[in-house]
Design a protein around this ligand. Sequence first.
Ligand SMILES: Cc1cc2nc3c(=O)[nH]c(=O)nc-3n(C[C@H](O)[C@H](O)[C@H](O)COP(=O)(O)OP(=O)(O)OC[C@H]3O[C@@H](n4cnc5c(N)ncnc54)[C@H](O)[C@@H]3O)c2cc1C
Length: 271
Amino acid sequence: MTAPALSGPDSRQQLDMDRIRAFVDTELVPRADEFDQTEAIPEWFLQACTDYGMWGAVRSGRMVEFGILHEEIGRGCSSLRSLLTVHSMALHAVSRWGSPELRARWLEPLTSGSALGAFCLTEQAAGSDITGIEATARPAPDGGWLLSGHKKWVTGGERADVVLVFARTERGISTFLVPTDTPGVHRTPVRGLLGTRAALTAEIRFDECRVPTEFLLGAEGMGTAIAAGVLDIGRYSVASGSVGIIQACLDASLRHASTRRQGGALLGSTS
Ligand SMILES: Cc1cc2nc3c(=O)[nH]c(=O)nc-3n(C[C@H](O)[C@H](O)[C@H](O)COP(=O)(O)OP(=O)(O)OC[C@H]3O[C@@H](n4cnc5c(N)ncnc54)[C@H](O)[C@@H]3O)c2cc1C
C-alpha cells in the first residue's frame, strides 16, 4: 500500500516516495540543465515542490526517509537538493531551539515551504571556523538585538525568507533567526559558480539589523552547540544527495553503454 502524500505542514505523515521519484523523473530531471544554465530555480517550481511535503520532512524524525528524499532530489538536481539542505537546517533549529514566539511565527510556514530558510555561518576571513567569526550582536537599548556582519556563500540566501545567523555576543557565539525583510539586510547574488549554480547563493550583509529578543535561539552563547546540531543535519543531507548524484551518473553510463555501438558491438556487451 502506498503511503498518503504529505501535502501542507502535517509533518507526521509519511512522504509518498513513489510520487517524489516520479516528480524527479518527469519534472526535475528535464529542467535541471536549464536551471543550471540560467543560475536559478524559478519561483513557480519552488512552489510546485510544496505539494510533495519535502520542505517539512526534517520534522518527522524519520531520518532514513529524510535521507532517501535527499538522495532522490540529488539524483535530479543538486541545486534543489542544496536549497532543501539549508532549509531543513534552519527548520530543524527553529523546531528544536526556537522560543514559543519564534515557533508560533515560523514553524508552520517553514514546514509547509511557504517560507524558505537558509544558514549563515561562513565569513570571508573565518571560513566556516565558528570560533573566528566576526559578526556581532549587541543588546539594543530599547530591547532586542542589533546584529551586524557579513556572511559569504549563503546557499538559498537570494530567496530565503528567514536566515539562521551566527554572531558573537558577550557570552560567546549566539544564533538568531533573521527575516530577510528586516531593515539592514543586504543581499548580493553570487553568480558564475562551478556547481550547484541554481542554488540562489548570495552574500548577505547585516547592517545594525534589529532582531527581537525572542528570535534568539536556545540561550545566549549556545551558538556553537546549535551549529554542531544543525550541521549534522546538513552533512547527512549532502551525503545522501551525493549518493543520488552517483546513482544518476551510473544510470547515464548504463544508458550510454547499452545504446552506443563501436566496432559492431554495444559498449556494454560482454563479448
Ligand atoms: C557553493 C557553496 C555553498 C555554500 N553554502 C554555505 C551556506 O549555505 N552557509 C554557510 O555558512 N556556508 C556555506 N558555504 C561555505 C562552506 O560551507 C565552507 O565553510 C567554506 O567554503 C570554507 O571556507 P574557506 O573556503 O575559507 O575554506 P577554509 O576554511 O580556508 O578551509 C580550506 C581547506 O582547509 C581545510 N581545513 C580548515 N581548517 C583545517 C584544520 N584545522 N585542519 C585541517 N584542515 C583544515 C578545510 O577542510 C578546507 O578543505 C558554501 C560554500 C560553497 C562553495
